[in-house]
Ligand binder design. Structure first.
Ligand SMILES: [Mn+2]
Length: 355
């Protein structure tokens, strides 16, 4: 595996490349062109520019998270052809820049959902949390306003105001789109982009839905082992793979994540590791990475990744806000750096004990 950190780029991230470079064992960065909207063709100079900035800091650009998918592709609207052509053009430019991993999601309307971005924990840290009971009493506009009000002035990935200003229009686009149609539209998209992925050896890594159940009656197709196996089976090509995100799959306590990892051997191209604590049905908060702080067995998860020979980029996922740090919610330096160190310790121990 290659240990990485997500970095949102200059002007968007409170964490610098120089800081990331000093976290032991981190050799790469996962980034995106944050100012681009879904559907745009990425500028070649912009791709090469951010790559150079990362390499000048002594790190590698290990992958893109995300090249977002336009809603016309997800809904199968007639304009999807143009947007898929644009997506292919972006993949070509990434391939030419020697970038070989693209994370994306196929979630309708919202990338991810939380009801509290700064829930106070017993130790004084704050963290992101979700409670279905709150979602059940509000509408999508109220939730969007609440997320934006808690964002500390940062633009949150997936919550770009340009898109979410059109919530009613977006919900109307998904009228009549059930899980089967959404899956069919994903298959169509994957089949269209596989030739360019084959040409440039680009691994596509779909991110699971977060949380792993339907929110506001929108369909969900990436939530558990059965759905993941069906999804990778849609197109028989190793470049059509998965981002193994423990924080998303772990929202459903019935998901056996080590079992999912073993079942997906060969198709996991990217891993997001974080822990969370279940407080009740549909009610969870993001905890520290350490197994004992949450409900997931992070040792068993890392062991499963080791056992299947996982060799892609891995990153700590969201962290808590600790030690007074002010950052984009979930993306401070301190708690994610602690997560890196813990994950590296687990990996080293497993590796040495396995020899
Ligand atoms: Mn994730």
């Amino acid at each position: 595996m290659q240990m990485t950190m997500r970095w949102f780029g200059p002007g968007y991230d409170s964490v610098t490349l120089e800081q990331i470079r000093q976290i032991p064992g981190v050799t790469g960065v996962i980034t995106t062109l944050y100012g681009t909207l879904p559907g745009e063709v990425w500028e070649k100079d912009a791709i090469l520019g951010i790559k150079k900035e990362i390499e000048d800091a002594g790190l590698s650009l290990a992958g893109i998270e995300s090249v977002n998918i336009h809603d016309a592709i997800k809904t199968g609207a007639p304009e999807r052809e143009q947007y898929i052509d644009n997506y292919i053009a972006t993949l070509e430019r990434l391939g030419e820049a020697d970038i070989h991993l693209v994370c994306y999601n196929f979630m309708p309307v919202f990338d991810w959902t939380r009801t509290d971005l700064a829930k106070k924990r017993a130790d004084g840290s704050t963290t992101m949390a979700y409670d279905q009971k709150i979602i059940d009493t509000i509408d999508p506009d109220a939730m969007t306003n609440s997320i934006n009000a808690q964002s500390r002035g940062y633009v949150l990935a997936g919550w770009e105001p340009e898109r979410l200003g059109r919530l009613k229009e977006l919900f109307a686009m998904y009228k009549g789109i059930d899980g089967e149609k959404l899956l069919g539209n994903l298959k169509y998209f994957i089949e269209r982009i596989m030739p360019v992925c084959d040409k440039y050896n680009i691994n596509m890594a779909i991110h699971p839905d977060d949380p792993a159940w339907s929110v506001f009656d929108l369909p969900r197709i990436v939530t558990d082992k059965e759905k993941l196996l069906r999804l990778v089976g849609l197109v028989d090509n190793v470049h059509h793979g998965v981002t193994l995100c423990t924080g998303s799959l772990g929202t459903n306590p019935n998901n056996d994540i080590p079992g999912i990892i073993r079942a997906l051997k060969g198709r996991i191209h990217f891993a997001h590791i974080r822990n969370l604590r279940h407080n009740g049905p549909g009610d969870f908060e993001e905890s520290a990475h350490l197994s004992s702080d949450g409900s997931l067995d992070i040792f068993a998860i890392v062991k499963a990744l080791y056992d299947i020979g996982f060799d892609g980029p891995i990153r700590p996922d969201h962290g808590r806000a600790i030690w007074g740090e002010v950052s984009m919610p979930g993306y401070g330096l301190y708690d994610r750096a602690l997560g890196v160190t813990y994950l590296n310790g687990l990996w080293e121990a497993i590796d040495k004990l396995s020899r």
